[in-house]
Design a protein around this ligand. Structure first.
Ligand code: HEC
Ligand code: HEC
Length: 224
């Protein structure tokens, strides 16, 4: 009897060990990707899809929602945290006080966790810095990326997927904003559809154009 229990315990601990050591494919989702989802639900109404302060509620507001694509550039993460949560907003002084005269911007401290606020800030950085708009749906893009691209470009997009060592290739590092920002949406779409160099495969026939646009949008968010 005791031996049977011992065996069961042994088998169970082996299972747990296997579960712990099996490499898993899904990494944490990129911050700006998470931030975009939150932004779409909570901020877009006033600040607009592209952050320009032109959301559907903007007309109803006495104070215009800020154009985030320009205003957040000069703001530090600490200041943005205070603005978004409302905690310590009153302590903001000097030039950072600019644009913050009203209470029209809601206080979100009880709505978001700390990591969600960080994710929102990552997306605001994308809105402020990226020269390219998101052309497709990044959520579809992420699904396709995890299916087709991570083996070479890496789960996190850093270009260090499992195939790189096997093949001795160096795929593009999607987490470097200087690299991705230097290429237009059309250039990226074309490289994905038609391939590039010797080892970046052409996906025409496997992926539709709208699939590829979704992928380009996801790739852009990987670097913020
Ligand atoms: C009900 C409308 C409304 C919603 C929803 C809203 N905001 Fe605002 N926001 C405003 C207004 C209005 C201002 C400008 C306040 C002022 O000028 O005093 C503002 C200002 C800001 C600023 C300061 C801009 C600057 O000058 O740097 C940031 C950052 C900001 N909002 C982020 C967000 C984020 C992130 C969300 C979603 C979590 C959000 N806002 C949701 C109305 C809104
Ligand atoms: C077999 C490995 C491999 C796979 C799978 C792969 N790539 Fe690549 N990718 C590469 C390599 C290698 C390069 C660098 C090509 C060069 O510059 O010569 C590259 C480059 C790129 C570039 C940069 C193109 C440019 O214009 O500079 C993009 C964008 C890209 N890949 C997207 C994707 C997407 C999206 C997927 C999934 C649908 C994918 N890749 C799947 C290997 C791969």
């Amino acid at each position: 009897m005791r031996k049977a229990i011992k065996n069961i315990i042994h088998a169970m601990s082996l299972l747990i060990l296997v579960a712990m050591t099996t490499p898993h494919v899904s990494a944490d989702t990129p911050a700006a990707y998470e931030g975009r989802k939150l932004y779409t639900s909570y901020c877009q109404l006033c600040h607009g899809t592209g952050g320009q302060g032109d959301g559907p509620l903007a007309k109803a507001m006495n104070i215009s929602p800020a154009d985030l694509t320009t205003t957040v550039r000069s703001r530090s993460d600490t200041i943005l945290k205070k603005i978004i949560t409302g905690e310590g907003r009153q302590t903001i002084t000097g030039r950072d006080r600019h644009n913050l005269l009203s209470e029209a911007m809601p206080e979100w401290k009880d709505v978001f966790s700390e990591s969600q606020v960080d994710a929102l800030i990552a997306y605001l950085r994308f809105l402020g810095r990226s020269r390219h708009e998101l052309m497709g749906d990044p959520e579809i893009g992420m699904m396709l990326y995890q299916k087709y691209c991570h083996v070479c470009h890496g789960v996190d997009g850093d270009g260090e997927g499992i195939m790189t060592r096997l093949m001795g290739i160096t795929p593009m590092d999607h987490t470097n904003p200087n690299v991705t920002d230097s290429l237009s949406n059309e250039t990226l779409v074309k490289s994905i559809l038609d391939g590039k160099g010797r080892y970046m495969p052409a996906w025409r026939g496997i992926l539709s154009r709208s699939d590829v646009e979704a992928l380009v949008s996801y790739i852009r968010l990987l670097s913020y």
